[in-house]
Write a protein that binds this ligand. Structure first.
Ligand code: IPM
Ligand code: MG
Length: 362
């Protein structure tokens, strides 16, 4: 029977629209091949939304996302919006989308593609085979904790405040996602916190330890975040699944992504309790190359694969897309960001065409 899915597309800013076009073409073809029907709705977010409506996350966009089975987001932001007040900035739109859809679990894989191992700034023997999944808590912690703001003290001095807060239930639900993720992988979970200094981290550590006791097949370890950053660079292969809070996850997921040397290849998934997930590349909107047909669309395409795997429970379609990406790399196709001597350099569109060709024959 044909399965039908309503997908909201949020192309956003910079290279967003170009890479989205490629991902949609890939989804359409795989849909035809596997009898999946797509109803795509496009909506505005980030700078594009600011230009059209004055706000980075119009109510109509959140509504469209809520009414869909999955949200495919490209990238937001650009220099022209960097100096707007915080509530109007593109980033605020993204945070509003996460909060509005209750997307508390952010999965960020950092996988070394064997064909691109030389792209890493670290030695080949250190990074070869790296396959890490960072599970970042996404709707709590210091990003959302109250009180927050810039206040004036009695002496007239300004005082900036953010508050790092986690409740037991917030820790438990991300802990569950991380433990189940680790179960599907190698069974190793490392929880990262700052329990030597922060009370909120002590609670985090205690709860994750209690949760893990219910999963006897999981090998749990704990690291302080400073040590975790060091270990990621020193010996990344010791990690499989990492679970951490919002701010530490923001930082460590960028570090883990950079181990691969090819941030243009990495997708992510943001999931809630139920309702649609948001699937987006780890990289940004790359305004310096926007509109020049130079962007690497593969992270966007792999985000569509993550949507199929984690959002729509269509693993066969996800496998098919991931295999096609490996195949184009294998045949030497590269965009500028992952180019190396002797390979074929392609633009964004041509990379999309190469993928379509491979998929048509698979
Ligand atoms: C990310 C980004 C965002 C974050 C910004 C754009 C709000 O850095 O998705 O990692 O800090 O979460
Ligand atoms: Mg970040």
């Amino acid at each position: 029977m044909t399965q039908s899915y309503r997908i909201t597309l949020l192309p956003g800013d910079g290279i967003g629209p170009e890479i989205m076009t490629v991902a949609v073409a890939v989804l359409k073809l795989v849909g035809q091949q596997l009898d999946l029907k797509w109803e795509f709705t496009e909506a505005l977010i980030g700078g594009a939304a600011i230009e059209a409506t004055g706000e980075p996350l119009p109510a109509a966009t959140l509504e469209a996302c809520r009414n869909s089975d999955g949200v495919l987001l490209a990238a937001i932001g650009g220099y022209q919006w960097d100096n707007l007040p915080r509530h109007q900035r593109p980033e605020t739109g993204l945070l509003g989308l996460r909060a509005g859809l209750g997307l508390f679990a952010n999965l960020r894989p950092a996988t070394i593609f064997p064909q691109l191992v030389d792209a890493s700034s670290l030695k080949k023997e250190v990074v070869e085979g790296v396959d890490i999944m960072v599970v970042r808590e996404l709707t709590g912690g210091v990003y959302f904790g109250q009180p927050k703001g810039i206040f004036t003290t009695e002496t007239g001095q300004k005082r900036g405040v953010n508050t790092m807060v986690y409740t037991e239930s917030e820790i438990d639900r991300i802990g569950k996602v991380a433990l189940e993720t680790a179960q599907k992988r190698s069974g190793k979970l490392c929880s990262v916190d700052k329990a030597n200094v922060l009370d909120v981290s002590q609670l985090w550590r205690d709860r994750i330890t209690q949760m893990a006791a219910k999963y006897p097949d999981i090998e749990l370890s704990h690291l302080y975040v400073d040590n975790a950053a060091m270990q990621l660079l020193r010996a990344p292969k010791q990690f499989d699944t990492i679970v951490t809070g919002n701010l530490f996850g923001d930082i460590l997921s960028d570090a883990a992504a950079m181990l691969t040397g090819s941030i243009g290849m990495l997708p992510s998934a943001s999931l809630g309790e139920d309702g649609p997930g948001v699937f987006e590349p780890v990289h940004g909107s790359a305004p310096d190359i926007a509109g020049q047909d130079q962007a690497n669309p593969l992270a966007q395409v792999l985000s569509a694969a993550m949507m199929l795997r984690y959002g729509l429970n269509q693993p066969t379609a996800a496998d098919r897309i991931e295999q096609a990406v490996l195949q184009v790399l294998e045949q030497g196709d590269r965009t500028g960001d992952i180019m190396s001597p002797g390979m074929n350099q392609l633009g964004c569109k041509a990379m999309g065409e190469a993928l379509i060709k491979v998929l048509s024959h698979s």
